[in-house]
Design a protein around this ligand. Structure first.
Ligand SMILES: Nc1ncnc2c1ncn2[C@@H]1O[C@H](COP(=O)(O)OP(=O)(O)OP(=O)(O)O)[C@@H](O)[C@H]1O
Length: 314
């Protein structure tokens, strides 16, 4: 991939938000958001439905005005609408607009022209998102996943410094999803800053340098996935084939906090995995026993108060 290095690499962070608040009627959608996104950072925005993520990202994009607080995007205020910022920012949303009667290539060429970008970027960007062979296909004939990739291409074609992606893998099959991960990692490698909204916690864990978990308009956690998981109170889960041990017997091991039966396994939740594994090995052997350590999803569920009722989780 030939990505030119971003221009305008001025010193200073890509985004600085201080005390950003936004209210809709009597709904306080953002309740004082303070955060900084460094240049070149892959930054995740996570949170349950209605948490305020879209509002937050739209304020960063300059599409909405904050009620109060201060905001700097690539060193400049995004509101009132800052036209000088537009070519430096790429935005993909869930409701991206398309020129549906054009082909994918024509659509992208139009977007590139609107930004005054190099037309040579069109073929490269189509190929980058895996649409090289669909360039001549009309947009209204593309599959949902292909349109999603075209929306991503539309956010990238003018080679912006700062890229906002809103659940970009939502309509993608697993292969296309992994292919997009590679594209995004390459963009980060080329020095771009990426702000990434997702409900896929595995994706955030695999891609993001840091994530902000937003709940009810506030940031409740802000750190690297690794540090969040490391500091988590979430237990290790030991999955024992159900024909090897009963739930009652499993509950008898010292250090086991909780036992549930899930899909052919007796699951022992523990914060003392070593001693419990040793006791388990002595009692029933460890053949077929699987260990699941805490993930970002556990941290997220804990922080968003959804950990209860976890019986259904593998
Ligand atoms: N234009 C609006 N008018 C009134 N209320 C709104 C408006 N936009 C959002 N809200 C409310 O503000 C809160 C935050 O909404 P927002 O769309 O930012 O959340 P979100 O985290 O993006 O949710 P989701 O994951 O479901 O997209 C919600 O309670 C929502 O109902």
């Amino acid at each position: 991939m030939t990505q030119k290095k971003p221009t305008g690499q001025a010193a200073g962070p890509a985004l600085v938000l201080e005390g950003v608040r936004k209210r809709y009627g009597d709904k306080q959608a953002l309740d004082g958001i303070t955060l900084t996104v460094e240049r070149g950072e892959f930054f995740g925005v996570l949170g349950p439905n209605g948490a305020g993520k879209t509002t937050l990202v739209e304020i960063m994009e300059g599409l909405r005005r904050a009620d109060s607080g201060s905001l700097s995007v690539l060193g400049a205020p995004p509101w009132p609408r800052n036209m000088a910022l537009l070519p430096r920012i790429g935005v993909q949303t869930q409701s991206s607009a398309f020129f549906t009667r054009l082909t994918a290539r024509e659509h992208l060429a139009t977007v590139a022209a609107l930004y005054g970008a190099d037309p040579a970027g069109v073929a490269r960007t189509l190929s980058l998102v895996g649409l090289a062979e669909q360039g001549g296909v009309r947009v209204d004939v593309l599959s949902g996943g292909q349109r999603q990739r075209l929306a991503i291409a539309s956010a990238l074609v003018h080679e912006p410094e700062l890229i906002f992606l809103d659940e970009p893998t939502a309509a993608l099959d697993p292969q296309a999803r992994r292919a997009l991960w590679q594209v995004l990692r390459a963009l980060k490698g080329a020095g771009r800053t990426i702000v990434y909204t997702t409900h896929h916690l595995d994706e955030a864990e695999a891609l993001c340098d840091r994530v902000a978990i937003v709940v009810a308009g506030s940031v409740v956690a802000l750190d690297s996935p690794g540090r969040l998981v490391g500091a988590a109170k979430a237990p290790t889960r030991l999955l024992v084939p159900a024909d090897r041990i009963t739930a009652e017997r499993a509950r008898g091991f010292e250090g086991v906090d909780r036992v549930v039966v899930e899909g052919g396994s007796v699951v022992l939740e523990t914060r003392a995995a070593g001693p419990v594994l040793a006791a388990l090995g002595a009692a029933v052997g460890l053949d077929g026993v699987r260990t699941r350590t805490a993930t970002l999803e556990d941290v997220y569920l804990e922080l968003t108060g959804e950990l209860t009722g976890s019986e259904g989780r593998a």
